[in-house]
Write a protein that binds this ligand. Structure first.
Ligand code: FAD
Length: 395
């Protein structure tokens, strides 16, 4: 059996040989949560050639058979090396639900295409008016022969502009409780009647969209699980949405911020890094990141030993996203005026435009603005606090 040290060396060698300067730069210049699709596809295909694109899947579907320690090492080493972060929509969301609820024909069709990166998926859950209260969703689907006919819209649909498939929750029955009468459908995102309208975020980036459905005919073969039982599938999928570590990447970012703060000498011959208030803020953030990493390790060891994790993942989501916001605030403080120019072309994949100031300067403002959303997505922090107050305080 391979020791963890040998395995770590193997991962490091792979990363140093395959993570090209272009991909490293794209990872460094990324201001959103996930790499833009051209970057993600390229990295995903390199991982697939190595047999590591879907490491957590069962071996029969192309997974690696690694144990939990190996998965943790793989994640950590990718973060340390600055690899692009690939959206989980396909590999960690729709893939596992197809395995759990799909027919053999659906498994045979969808899973290999996810693994190879031929299909890129968008998540059609949220609607205007249905986010935290997802079960209130209204997008309708009516059965007509061998098709469902869909009318309504989905919103905040990340990377829909780059996806060729979408998984959608639609309402097929209104007679029971809101959780009943929801159906989970898989279909092509370019069917007639589908319109994707960009939503440009405050950072100027195009990450998400509103998707409109006007009499869209979706073949019944795209039904996943039972009609009207999509809530069961939806909940199963959400268990796979979260995961990974916040602390490791944030520590790297904080170090870059401290390094930058030591380079700019002001009129009185000192740097920001000499400023006692800035020093205190960096030190306090570093300590809180150590505490966060401790929490993440606790969760990991609970999972490893099969203990109940309670609301620990909610606590980590809240703390991790708050720390993301804290670190990007410090980034703005450190880069100062360099954060002002809007430089999307310097952040584009394979661009030959050098950033003004530094990579940190070009990404600090868009990261700061994008990270305001961190406390909203993947279950808002208020909802996570509700979960904790029920589980821990019994409220
Ligand atoms: C960057 C980003 C990417 C996203 N990508 C996708 C995607 O690809 N696909 C998709 O389907 N969705 C996506 N979403 C949507 C996301 O899931 C929702 O934004 C989220 O569920 C919150 O819903 P909402 O925006 O409707 O806010 P609301 O639910 O209307 O909440 C508004 C405010 O009220 C608070 N609140 C709501 N209910 C309660 C309560 N019971 N108790 C206390 N406070 C409460 C919330 O915390 C929030 O502060 C994305 C969101 C973001 C920000």
């Amino acid at each position: 059996m391979t020791s963890l040290t040998t395995f770590t060396d193997e991962v490091r060698t792979f990363l140093s040989e395959n993570l090209t300067p272009d991909l490293r730069r794209a990872g460094e210049m990324c201001a959103g949560i996930y790499a833009d699709q051209p970057v993600a596809v390229e990295w995903h295909r390199i991982l697939n050639a190595q047999g590591w694109a879907v490491p957590a899947w069962p071996v029969e579907y192309g997974g690696t058979g690694w144990d939990l320690d190996q998965h943790a090492v793989f994640q950590r080493e990718q973060t340390l090396a600055g690899a692009p972060v690939v959206t989980p929509n396909a590999t960690r969301m729709v893939g596992p639900v197809v395995m759990a609820f799909g027919t053999q024909a659906q498994k045979d069709h969808y899973l290999p295409r996810i693994r190879t990166g031929d299909d890129w998926w968008a998540q059609g859950y949220s609607e205007p008016g249905s986010g935290s209260d997802l079960a209130s969703l209204q997008c309708r689907a009516e059965r007509d022969g061998d098709d469902y006919v869909i009318n309504g819209s989905k919103i905040w649909t990340t990377h829909a502009q780059w996806s060729n498939k979408i998984f959608c929750l639609v309402r097929t029955d209104t007679s029971g409780k809101p959780q009943q009468g929801i159906t989970f459908l898989l279909f092509d995102i370019d069917l007639p009647g589908i319109e994707i309208k960009p939503l440009i975020s405050i950072s100027g980036d195009h990450e998400f969209n509103q998707v409109f459905f006007d009499d869209v005919r979706v073949p019944v073969s795209g039904l996943l699980g039972e009609e009207n039982d999509g809530w069961t599938v939806a909940k199963y999928l959400l268990q796979h949405e979260r995961g990974g570590s916040y602390a490791v990447g944030l520590k790297i970012r904080l170090q870059k911020i401290s390094d930058f703060a030591a380079t700019e000498v002001s009129g009185n011959g000192t740097t920001l890094a000499d400023d006692p208030d800035f020093k205190r803020a960096v030190a306090a953030t570093r300590i809180e990141l150590d505490v966060l990493e401790g929490f993440e390790q606790r969760l990991f060891s609970a999972v490893r030993s099969g203990e109940p994790i309670g609301s620990l993942s909610s606590a980590i989501k809240v703390r991790g996203t708050e720390m993301r916001q804290r670190v990007t605030e410090l980034g703005i403080e450190a880069v100062g005026y360099y954060g002002l120019p809007y430089q999307p072309e310097a952040r584009t994949f394979r661009s030959n435009v050098e950033p003004l100031g530094s990579a940190l300067a070009a990404t600090s403002m868009p990261q700061y603005l994008n990270d305001r959303a961190a406390s909203i997505y993947a279950g808002s922090n208020e909802i996570q606090r509700n979960i904790m107050s029920k589980a821990v305080l019994g409220l």
